[in-house]
Design a protein around this ligand. Structure first.
Ligand code: ZN
Ligand code: ZN
Length: 163
């Protein structure tokens, strides 16, 4: 299964292949090795239930689509407008759309952003949810930020005592 992973040591993303049975993957940049969990995923058929990199159970589906290429196609269409009476824009937008729908979906981990490019999303793996992402990644909290709480405290008396 092809994956795109971000190294926890140097922070750079890299692409590699994983198979059940290999205990770790190594960063192409700094040789840091990232251990992989044995359970929770398979290669035949390619599917991920639990992220083997961070053991997070929350994953989402994403089309493995090249955004840059998509924008480039529309841009080329726009440049050719004067010579094609606008038809180029229509044609290249359609090509762009066709490419988008033909591409397979990939599975992405909410927590560590690892992309499992060959994995088929399961029924539990829905589209990206920003709130879920924030909670899992940054531990979103509904408490008031600490600096706001300090401001709300009565300042008279307490301030004199501390100085
Ligand atoms: Zn690295
Ligand atoms: Zn993960």
């Amino acid at each position: 299964m092809r994956i795109r992973i971000q190294c926890k040591s140097c922070g750079l993303p890299f692409k590699t292949r994983v198979e059940p049975g290999i205990p770790q993957v190594q960063c192409h940049n700094c040789q840091h090795s990232i251990p992989l969990a044995k359970e929770g995923w398979s290669d035949d058929p390619p599917a991920v239930e639990v992220c083997p990199v961070c053991e997070c159970r929350h994953l989402y589906r994403q089309r493995d689509f090249n955004r840059v290429l998509g924008c480039l196609l529309v841009l080329i269409g726009a440049i050719l407008v004067p010579w094609t009476y606008g038809l180029s824009l229509v044609v290249l937008s359609l090509v762009d759309l066709a490419m988008y729908y033909r591409l397979r979906e990939a599975v992405v981990c909410y927590r560590c952003d690892t992309v499992y490019r060959d994995a088929r999303p399961g029924p539990r793996q829905k589209e990206f949810d920003l709130l879920k992402h924030d909670v899992l990644k940054y531990g979103k909290s509904w408490d008031r930020p600490a600096d706001l709480e300090d401001e709300a405290l009565p300042t008279d008396g307490a301030e004199d005592g501390s100085r």
